[in-house]
Design a protein around this ligand. Structure first.
Ligand SMILES: [Ca+2]
Length: 242
C-alpha cells in the first residue's frame, strides 16, 4: 500500500483578548499572509462581523492542499499496516491517504459464489457471508452426474498471476480440499483448514491463479471431470482477485 501522510494547518484556537484590537490585527495579518491572532469562537459578534470570517474565508493564510509529510510504501501484513507519525504538531490536523502501490484497481475484484454457476450444490443465506449468500452442499464427486463444482466467470485487465482470496467454511474438523482449475487447464489443490461452523464465514485462504486478459473461467470443485476428487467438504462464500 502507498501511504501519503499529510498535514493541514488550522487557525489558532487559543488567546482571545480585546476583540476589536485583535480582530483588526487579525485582518491585517490575513492581508499580510500571517496567521490571524484571534477571533472569538462562540460569540454572536464572531458570526456577524465580517472581519471575523477570517477563520473560514479563503485567504493567504489558509492552505489549499495538505502539506505532504511523508509518502511511503508499506507491506500489508495480516490485513493491516502500521504508519509512524513522529513530531506531530497539536495545532495541525493530519490525514492518511492509502492507495494500492500498483495503482487503483480497475474492474470487479470480488465475485460471489452464490452468483457463480453452481453445479450439484446449493445456494444458501447467511448473515456472515459476503453479500448475504454462499454455496453449500458441494458434496458430490462419485460420478459425472453428481460431481459438485462452482464456476466463476471473471474479467481481469491483464494477463498475469493473480492472488485469489477464497472465503469459505469447513466444519469437518479437519483440512478439506477442492480442485482448482482455470480455463480448462490443469488441476491444483486448494486446502481449507477447519473453521468454526457451517454457514459461518470470515476465514479465507489465498492461492495463486494464472489468468488471461479479459474473461476467464475459474472452477473450484469437490468433484469434476478429469479431477480425482477433493478431501472432506467446504462451503464457498466469495473469491477476490488482486
Ligand atoms: Ca457470498
Amino acid at each position: 500500500m502507498q501511504v501519503l501522510l499529510g498535514a493541514r494547518s488550522v487557525p489558532d484556537a487559543g488567546a482571545v483578548g480585546n476583540f476589536t484590537q485583535r480582530a483588526r490585527r487579525s485582518r491585517a495579518g490575513i492581508e499580510q499572509g500571517r496567521r490571524p491572532l484571534a477571533c472569538p469562537r462562540t460569540s454572536a459578534l464572531w458570526l456577524s462581523r465580517p472581519w471575523a470570517r477570517c477563520r473560514i474565508a479563503p485567504g493567504p493564510f489558509r492552505q489549499s492542499a495538505p502539506i505532504a509529510v511523508s509518502s511511503t510504501t508499506y507491506n500489508v501484513v495480516n490485513g493491516s499496516i502500521s504508519v509512524p507519525a513522529n513530531s506531530m504538531n497539536a495545532l495541525e490536523a493530519y490525514q492518511l491517504l492509502i492507495t494500492p502501490a500498483a495503482g487503483a484497481a480497475t474492474g470487479q475484484q470480488r465475485y460471489e459464489a452464490e452468483n457463480a454457476t453452481v453445479v450439484n450444490a446449493g445456494r444458501f443465506s447467511s448473515g456472515s457471508a459476503s453479500d448475504g449468500g454462499y454455496v453449500g452442499q458441494i458434496d458430490g464427486s462419485a460420478n459425472m452426474r453428481d460431481q459438485s463444482f462452482v464456476d466463476f466467470l471473471v474479467n481481469v485487465p491483464q494477463a498475469r498471476a493473480y492472488t485469489m482470496n477464497i472465503r469459505y467454511a469447513n466444519a469437518t474438523g479437519a483440512n478439506a480440499t477442492h480442485g482448482l482449475a482455470s480455463n480448462g487447464g490443469g488441476w491444483s489443490t486448494v486446502t481449507y483448514p477447519p473453521t468454526g461452523a457451517w454457514g459461518s464465514f470470515g476465514a479465507s485462504v489465498n492461492v495463486s491463479v494464472n489468468l488471461n486478459a479479459g474473461w476467464n473461467m475459474i472452477r473450484l470443485a469437490k468433484g469434476a471431470p478429469n479431477f480425482a476428487g477433493g478431501v472432506g467438504f467446504a462451503e464457498l462464500d466469495a473469491i477476490t482477485l488482486s
